[in-house]
Design a protein around this ligand. Structure first.
Ligand SMILES: *Cc1c(COP(=O)(O)O)cnc(C)c1O
Length: 614
């Protein structure tokens, strides 16, 4: 998408645009800056210019579609805070969004407080979704009183009576919205959440109930906004068009019922092309932001025009698209586990178990025309050798020999598979099974939770040596001791792969990898698996003079931070250890110096980083 590239020296580059032009920064420059500031890997790198550019691009695309089509109203975006609530991101969005009157969508009291304290322009909208208690509603009335256009979007008919009651209390007229459930089914990961069974939104029966409630108390003029949200990451533009068309039917009929409306909120769903395929698979999309805006504007005009209904203010709640490219997870590789056999011993032990003899025979007999048979023999005889080990017939050393011979056979077979015109399916994946494991200094669960939870694909790219053909097939393991703590689905230009091509590590080289498009949902949804905490954060920006600046640094969680998240008291933990060391000294297990040294180390660890430190 143009934000990332490669320099002739093989360094990965970031292209950051400013009002004055664009500047290309090499990853090495950023890595050096991080080192100077004492920020160890892993680091969540945020690119401020990208946030600015995305918000502008979304607003410009809608503005252009509106102008080109002759749409008779404006676009007003709102950023859904749940997509990335980190303070620095929200501050940036409020600041960059101001010139476009870009507001916030909130789904809880906490998020409403963030919106109320960050928006600078009264032209910005606040859209309150989610179930609302009295306090939530009362806070919204304060935003209204300050002059913000703050909408209460009703999720249930019950909320309406609460809003009306609080409206009397505050003597303020509410701006009410309704969230409708569309019958339109969508493709992609959230397909099951669309349609009649979607968790959110009003059924048509409930919608009519709300209209009647409002009319009965002469408050129908407060019904100003119609909202729907088809789900996130919608890969297929046709579903979006269908959804807008269906929503416009609701819009027309609600006008017919006497509601003024005037605002149409099409929710989120604008998708990111994580795998670069431009297709309707879940990790991609078959449209771009310009087409998205044009299709929406035209669909609305096509329905409302013939009925002579005024065009509404058009609202979208695009979160993923706006912030995904803002963050990049950077980590270093700590070690590699290769599934390569050791060289065969020159002389074999005299007494070998039958299974090991068979393995040696298979090794000699490998033949491109009989690879499947060779493979079957190797797997069978390895099984026999392990069985014999369990019965005490084969020793540990002999078992190791058997495993090494089998691995040698599998590598030889894998090397010959590409020679076959029609390889047996069981052999096609053999290369994946023999791939290296590169151990990365990060936690999938903390920094890339969707990779684990919903098999989300992210672009994964080394930060250096991009001018050099990578020769190793690898998957990437993380620091957690969980067998799910790995990256083993990657997008390549041709297809999705189970392994990624990486370079052989060079001695004394710090080999670093970037995981891109991680700005949406990942920082928020991450958890404390194995008590790995938040990574260090650094924000960079290129200013209008083309200078790279490190604008914001935030140390990740310390060990005592994560311990306190799971209800330990760091002081209490230290006291317990001190007592233990004290009594060990009294029992003459350790000396006084040793005790002091131990307690100092313990104390220092408590304030240290949760990840691997150099
Ligand atoms: C999550 C959510 C969004 C954000 O959707 P994206 O696909 O990330 O743009 C918007 N609106 C509502 C109501 C949501 O729940």
């Amino acid at each position: 998408m143009g934000y990332f590239g490669a320099a002739p020296n093989g360094n990965l580059t970031f292209r950051l645009n400013t009002a004055a032009g664009s500047r290309t920064i090499e990853a090495a420059e950023i890595m050096a800056g991080l080192k100077q500031r004492g920020l160890e890997m892993p680091v969540m790198l945020r690119l401020e210019n990208v946030a600015d550019e995305r918000i502008s691009k979304l607003n410009q695309s809608f503005a252009k579609a509106i102008a080109d089509a002759g749409y008779q109203n404006v676009y007003r975006g709102v950023f859904p805070i749940k997509v990335n609530q980190q303070a620095h991101i929200i501050e940036n969005i409020a600041r960059f969004g101001k010139k476009h009157s870009h507001g916030f969508e909130v789904g809880s009291k906490a998020e409403l407080l963030i919106a109320m304290s960050h928006l600078e322009s009264k032209d910005c909208l606040i859209v309150c979704n989610g179930y609302k208690d009295e306090e939530f509603v009362d806070l919204g009335f304060q935003a209204l009183r300050l002059g913000f256009k703050c909408f209460f979007v009703a999720e249930t008919p019950k909320e309406i009576s609460l809003i009306l009651e609080r409206s009397k209390h505050w003597d303020l007229k509410p701006m009410i919205g309704v969230r409708i459930k569309l019958a339109t089914q969508v493709d992609g990961h959230w397909a099951n959440d669309s349609g009649d069974r979607s968790l959110f939104g009003l059924s048509t029966v409930q919608l009519i109930d709300i209209v009647d409630q409002l009319r009965d108390c002469e408050m129908l003029d407060c019904l100003q906004l119609l909202h729907f949200h088809l789900g996130s990451q919608l890969p297929n533009i046709r579903n979006i068009r269908d959804g807008v068309t269906e929503a416009c039917r609701f819009y027309l009929d609600l006008i017919g019922e006497g509601a003024p409306l005037g605002y149409l909120d099409i929710g989120g769903g604008l998708a990111v092309d994580y795998d670069g395929s431009g297709s309707t698979v879940g990790s991609s999309r078959n449209y771009d932001v310009d087409e998205y805006c044009i299709d929406i504007v035209e669909s609305i005009m096509a329905l409302l025009g013939p009925e002579g209904v005024e065009h509404p203010v058009l609202i979208s709640e695009s979160g993923r698209w706006t912030v995904a490219p803002v963050s990049v997870l950077l980590f270093n590789v700590l070690d590699v586990n290769r599934f390569s056999p050791l060289p065969m011993p020159e002389t074999m032990p005299e007494q070998l178990h039958e299974s090991v003899i068979c393995l040696l025979d298979t090794l000699k007999a490998i033949n491109a025309r009989r690879l499947q048979e060779n493979y079957n023999d190797a797997i069978y005889n390895l099984g026999e050798a392990r069985k014999a080990f369990r019965s005490g017939i084969v020793s540990l050393r002999e078992r190791a020999l058997a495993e090494n011979i089998c691995l040698t056979i599998l590598h030889k077979i894998a090397a010959k598979v590409p020679e076959l015109t029609r390889a047996p399916p069981s052999l096609l994946n053999l290369g994946d099974a023999l791939a290296d494991i590169y151990y990365g200094n990060f936690s999938v669960f903390q920094s890339l939770p969707d990779s684990w939870a919903i098999d989300q694909i992210f672009p994964v790219v080394p930060l250096q040596r991009l001018d050099e053909e990578p020769t190793r097939n690898a998957i990437i393991g993380d620091l957690t001791c969980d067998c799910d703590g790995k990256l083993d689905r990657f997008a390549t230009l041709e297809a999705e792969c189970k392994t990624l091509k990486l370079h052989e590590l060079a001695p004394d080289e710090e080999y670093c990898i970037g995981v891109f498009l991680t700005g949406a949902y990942q920082e928020t949804l991450g958890d404390l698996h194995n008590l790995f905490g938040d990574a260090n954060v650094a924000s960079v920006r290129v200013d209008d003079d083309g200078e790279l600046q490190f604008v914001h640094e935030l140390a990740g969680d310390s060990i005592s931070d994560v311990l306190s998240y799971v209800e330990y008291s760091p002081g209490e933990i230290l006291r317990r250890f001190q007592d233990l060391a004290e009594s060990a000294e009294q029992d003459n297990c350790i000396s006084r110096d040793q005790r002091q040294q131990m307690v100092a180390m313990f104390n220092e660890s408590m304030s240290g980083y949760t990840y691997f430190e150099n």
